[in-house]
Design a protein around this ligand. Structure first.
Ligand SMILES: [Zn+2]
Length: 183
């Protein structure tokens, strides 16, 4: 009998130190206060926009709402989710407005998952970002509105059901055949 292989590369990724469970040893406070301070510590460490959130309070509110929706949809503590400017996708007439990137760090496995809002339902559905099979760019590979959608894709990925956003995504390598929407 051979020993089962453990994927340490995945479990050792940059997980914020504590997301669920006791925080007393870090904050000296119990209960909700301790957990809130822990959430602030994680946000300061992982979200570059957290310190400047009052400069655009409306955007911050929208992002916290997205984080709560993602937390419910993917059965994950809200403190495990940060919503930040998308470094790869920009919108608007002159491409000046950064898109929204949702980064979920699984508190159990430590693996990081990335999502962008779906263009068809930006407030209620997301596209999972994973490597393009042709160029390895991290691009939208599946529409996921629910936990079951995510599981269905991971269990039985179907390239035919790529989201609208797959073709032409700017994160494809410049010579990737999927990097253009033209046929
Ligand atoms: Zn590609």
């Amino acid at each position: 009998m051979s020993e089962e292989k453990v994927d340490t590369a995945v479990s050792n990724t940059e997980l914020p130190p504590v997301i669920a469970g006791g925080t007393d040893h870090l904050t000296g406070l119990n209960g909700l206060a301790g957990r809130a301070i822990q959430a602030a510590m994680v946000a300061r460490a992982t979200d570059p926009g957290f310190a400047r959130r009052r400069e655009n309070w409306q955007l911050w509110q929208q992002r916290t709402a997205i984080a709560r929706q993602v937390a419910v949809a993917f059965d994950t503590p809200v403190a495990a989710i940060v919503v930040i400017d998308d470094p790869d996708r920009r919108y608007g007439l002159s491409g000046q407005c950064p898109g929204t990137l949702v980064v979920l760090t699984d508190p159990v496995a430590g693996k990081e998952w990335r999502f962008i809002p779906s263009s068809s339902a930006p407030l209620t559905a997301w596209c999972l970002l994973q490597e393009c099979p042709q160029c390895a760019g991290v691009v939208p590979v599946a529409d996921v509105a629910s936990f079951a959608d995510l599981g269905d894709y991971l269990d039985r990925p179907d390239p035919v059901l790529r989201p609208f956003e797959f073709n032409g995504d700017p994160a494809h390598h410049y010579d990737c055949p999927n990097g253009t929407t033209r046929q």
